[in-house]
Design a protein around this ligand. Structure first.
Ligand code: STL
Length: 405
């Protein structure tokens, strides 16, 4: 039976697939599938279930919406082993819950922006990455990729630490192999994945596998100065389950200097999140941004184009506090259905509770003697790693205790 997905015109599909992207590597691979083979494009987006997904996740979600609308067969890889391999950001004890939390969050975001998700496939990395075939392929790649190239490939993705672990070199090799094992034509990700994408293109053919196309989203700035989203600065990102008053507080503390439209995370949020979601919901060129501005500053205003909003901000006709009023309302509107789903879904709540157990105070372990077996200067780092490992074990132990009674 012919399905609707094959009926999308190849040119229309290609434009949707590449809409708003920063870069596409090997576009001819995509065109060939659509125009010559005349079948749906198969692609995947990978995410490692580390920290909690934040508002930045709306950005790849709008792309997943475009891919699905273009009739693509889309897979979301919840890369649990990658979350473990990236400096143990997700310890094995909690990674299953985090993977569940990511899946439920991603589905919830997509539902909240009216994206049909019946055709979206979720795959857990560990479901195939521990097979003998995959392992042998990792070893084969390890025999053709230099340490230097593997290190460089991961430089923008794997957390950079003073004493880098071997796991950081395995990470890019596995991401390259995922393309083959997920049987896709293309991989989608942020432009920060570029070096890994190139490593995959350069090395998969040596194993007898095809080279894939790569689709890259721009990096969207956070709320801090210089647009940084930093794990250590909780104000630089907004959790998807954040309470409305916390959203307000975080937006109010966002860097936003009068007349500066270049370094402005709030305007970027409108451009990269609010606007594409409105287009998805109401069609091309739809833009409407309401600001409940106090009467003394000109009263409520609705902008019907982003350019107009930016221009007013640039000319200081729109002030930072007023822009913040509009963005706070927009974010709270986007988050409301996700919060509601969380509140009504016990599985979602359990995944959050067990995936992200609350920090407990731990006693510091005694500093071990420097036996001189490693490089100087690594002691401190190892000690803090030991402490955080112990903290995790304690956290998990406490969790098990709590949940088993
Ligand atoms: C992160 C943050 C992020 C993307 C990723 C990880 C991607 C991980 C990944 C892992 C395996 C793949 C593809 C992608 O095959 O924004 O911590």
């Amino acid at each position: 039976m012919s399905s609707t997905e094959t009926s999308v015109d190849p040119q229309v599909a290609y434009n949707l697939i590449t809409k708003n992207l920063q870069e596409v590597l090997n576009p001819q691979i995509i065109k060939n599938v659509l125009e010559v083979e005349k079948r749906p494009l198969k692609l995947y987006w990978g995410t490692a279930p580390t920290g909690k997904p934040h508002c930045g996740y709306f950005v790849p979600m709008t792309k997943l919406a475009h891919f699905l609308k273009a009739g693509c067969e889309v897979t979301v890889l919840v890369a649990d082993l990658h979350a473990f391999l990236d400096n143990m950001k997700a310890p094995l004890e909690v990674v299953n819950y985090r993977a569940k939390y990511y899946e439920l969050t991603i589905k919830s975001i997509l539902r909240s922006i009216n994206v049909p998700i019946e055709k979206l496939k979720f795959v857990l990395g560990s479901s195939y990455e521990l097979t003998p075939e995959y392992t042998l392929d990792v070893f084969k790649l390890a025999n053709i990729v230099s340490q230097n190239d593997a290190k460089r490939a991961g430089a923008d993705v794997v957390k950079q630490v003073a004493n880098p672990l071997l796991s950081g070199l395995i990470y890019p090799l596995m991401q390259a192999l995922d393309e083959e094992y997920l049987k896709v034509d293309a991989q989608f990700g942020g432009v920060d994945q570029r070096k890994i994408f190139v490593l995959a293109e350069e090395n998969l053919p040596s194993l007898g596998y095809k080279k894939r196309a790569h689709l890259m989203n721009p990096m969207v700035p956070g709320l801090g100065q210089g647009g940084k989203m930093s794990a250590s600065d909780p104000n630089s990102k907004i959790d998807l389950l954040e309470e409305p008053n916390v959203v307000k507080k975080k937006i109010n503390s966002a860097f936003c200097s009068p007349g500066n439209v270049e370094d402005n995370g709030l305007l970027s949020f409108i451009e990269f999140v609010v606007s594409p979601i409105q287009e998805l919901k109401y069609g091309e060129d739809h833009f409407s941004f309401f600001i409940d501005r106090p009467e003394k500053f000109g009263g409520p205003i609705t902008y019907t184009s982003l350019a107009e909003l930016k221009q007013d901000f640039k000319e200081e006709k729109l002030s930072p506090p007023d822009l913040k009023i509009g963005v706070t309302a927009a974010i709270n509107e986007l988050l409301a259905p996700i919060r509601e789903e969380f509140a009504s879904n016990p599985e979602f709540q359990e995944a959050e509770k067990k995936g992200y157990p609350v920090e407990v105070k731990v006693k510091k372990t005694k500093k071990p003697k420097n036996k001189g077996t490693r490089y100087p200067g690594t002691q401190k780092q190892e000690q803090s790693a030991a402490n955080s490992k112990e903290a995790t074990v304690e956290k998990v132990a406490e969790l098990i205790e709590k949940t088993s009674i």
